[in-house]
Design a protein around this ligand. Structure first.
Ligand code: NOJ
Length: 558
């Protein structure tokens, strides 16, 4: 497997709206990010993925872009951006931007033109269709509730929007659209950015004819997902993009690709495919999901481990994994997979160990390095249109009981990740001197950067160590992976191998103490403890270990 900087790096994801506000308007901004670069340097990360900072009316917090070549007013201006890039590069931190080109904002000049008339030169930049028998052109439901079709009176046609109605889908079949996208990508690469995270990039090619999707009983809309994800021309488009743009720069790419399996992911990231470097898959994020993400179901550790191991084993030698447990769309891992009360610190460290010892590039989402937790707001405090629209459709529409829905929101809602970064125990967690755009998690008094930096046992210093270990040990980056004790419903354990060296990762995933018994075929003559979340006697025999709640240990075996 080829060695590259993006395989060896660790990415830190910044959701700028919630990171640091420098001017007191309650909204995080670029100058706020600049203020905190030394903090990131101290953590040890060397790549930042910055969520969208482009001009946007903010229907979906920047994922609805009205100008791809300019900066959102709330976040600053191009001079601020250039300073950010420069300050990052000075510190040897690379900058990966978000590329949102499955759709634009309806306030983008292309769409404003497109909706003017059927013969407007921009008409075919988007996907317009006539209605069918007085209804929408097909039965697909949007990710953000309602139909994917919005009627536009002016030309008596509907436009397609897989997300909100202010996010019309671009028509990738139109080669002018593709050219516009490639040009705007070059615009940013020529400024010196180091890569793109590509928003829902596997949705850009829709099945021709846009046929109805399957509709389950009692369901409001048909399922358009299989007809839009991994569509017929997606690889052709990405290979073209690679040839026209990506191949010309030393950059990294990671595609957000809901619905991929290791098999289909390999088509995007296969080293001989000339498409992308990594994808974000969702299988592990979807454990315990019922008919919708709000419909919470029990899940077993063996299910979760099987997914993680499948990705490790099946992509090995073929493509590169991205390793993540949360982002701006996913809840806080310590609340979802750990214990955010009594064992918050231990379980946050255990989950970090699980992820950072795997093969792939780890992503740390802002606040994860503090063990930040979910929130349980009432509906009036949520800002996310996904939550608000789902509430209106499912609860008000009588499809879901309110209490069950709120449990779903508290566990899975996107705003869990979007509450402001907790810098200190002053007002608004030190995020802003104004009124924050979204409520701060009330636990900021205990969980914040200032406190973490003063406590040598904090989650922060543990993450710092995980990141340092990866830099110093090629086995963590490149070693083969093998899961052991696969049937255990309490222990997640695996071995990494590179040459004559092995790493043994032992994790107690839950609170009850449990006995770890080392399989006999794992032989070694010397062992060294690399990291652990409890104090461990280095001489302790490892053939048989009584694991404490959420205990994590990593040994180097020779
Ligand atoms: C995925 C992004 O991560 C999410 O935040 C956004 O709402 C949708 N794509 C639409 O752009």
């Amino acid at each position: 497997m080829n060695k590259t900087w993006w395989k060896e790096g660790v990415v830190y994801q910044i959701y700028p709206r919630s990171f640091k506000d420098s001017n007191g308007d309650g909204i995080g901004d670029i100058r706020g990010v600049i203020e905190k670069l030394d903090y990131l340097k101290e953590l040890g990360i060397n790549i930042v993925w910055l969520n969208p900072v482009y001009k946007s009316p903010n229907d979906d917090n920047g994922y609805d872009i009205s100008d791809y070549r300019d900066i959102m007013n709330e976040f600053g201006n191009m001079t601020d951006f250039e300073e950010l890039l420069n300050e990052m590069h000075k510190r040897d931190i690379k900058l990966v931007m978000d590329l949102v080109v499955n759709h634009s904002s309806d306030e983008h000049k292309w769409f404003i033109e497109s909706r003017q008339s059927k013969d407007n030169p921009y008409r075919d930049y988007y996907i317009w269709r006539k209605g069918k028998d007085g209804n929408a052109p097909n039965n697909w439901g949007s990710f953000f509730s309602g139909s994917v079709w919005q009627y536009d009176e002016k030309t008596d046609e509907y436009f397609l929007h897989l997300f909100s109605k202010k996010q019309p889908d671009l028509n990738w079949e139109n080669e002018k659209v593709r050219e516009e996208v490639y040009n705007l990508m070059k615009f940013w690469f020529d400024k010196g950015i180091d890569g793109f995270r590509m928003d829902v990039i596997n949705l850009i090619s829709k099945v021709p004819g846009l046929p109805d999707g399957e509709k389950g009983e009692g369901q409001l809309y048909g399922n358009g997902f299989p007809l839009t994800a991994n569509g017929p021309r997606v690889h052709e488009y990405l290979q073209e993009m690679n040839k026209e743009v990506l191949s010309k720069y030393d950059i990294m790419t990671v595609g957000e690709t809901p619905g991929v399996t290791p098999e289909t992911a390999a088509l995007y990231v296969g080293e001989d495919r000339n498409e992308l470097n990594m994808v974000f898959q969702f299988e592990h994020m979807d454990v315990g999901t019922g008919t919708t993400k709000w419909d919470i179901r029990p899940w077993k550790l063996t299910d979760f481990k099987a997914i993680m191991s499948k990705w490790q084993e099946e992509l090995n030698g073929k493509g590169w994994n991205s390793l993540y447990l949360n982002n701006h769309d996913q809840p806080r891992p310590v609340s979802r997979f750990g214990n955010d009360k009594e064992y918050r610190v231990e379980s946050a460290k255990m989950l970090g160990t699980m992820l950072h010892m795997m093969q792939g590039t780890p992503y740390v989402y802002q606040g994860e390095e503090l063990g930040m937790t979910n929130v349980s707001f009432g509906m009036e405090d949520y800002k996310d249109l996904e939550i608000i629209n789902a509430y209106n459709e499912l609860v008000k529409g009588g499809f879901m009981n309110e209490q069950r829905f709120m449990e779903g929101v508290h566990l899975r809602g996107r705003d869990n990740a979007r509450t402001p970064m907790q810098w200190n125990d002053c007002a608004n967690a030190g995020f802003t001197t104004g009124t924050p755009w979204i409520r701060v998690n009330p636990n900021y008094v205990d969980i914040n950067v200032e406190k973490a930096l003063k406590d040598k046992n904090s989650v922060f210093y543990y993450y710092q160590k995980l990141i340092k270990l990866r830099k110093e040990n090629p086995i963590i980056v490149y070693g083969d992976y093998e899961e052991i004790l696969r049937d255990s419903e309490s222990i997640f354990s695996y071995v990494r191998t590179l040459g004559s060296e092995k790493l043994l990762v032992i994790l107690n995933f839950y609170e009850p103490e449990v006995e770890f018994i080392l399989p006999e075929n794992i032989k070694y003559s010397s062992k060294e403890l690399l990291i652990s979340n409890y104090a461990v006697d280095e001489q302790e025999e490892i053939k048989n270990i009584k694991l404490k709640p959420y205990e994590a240990r990593v040994y180097r075996l020779k």
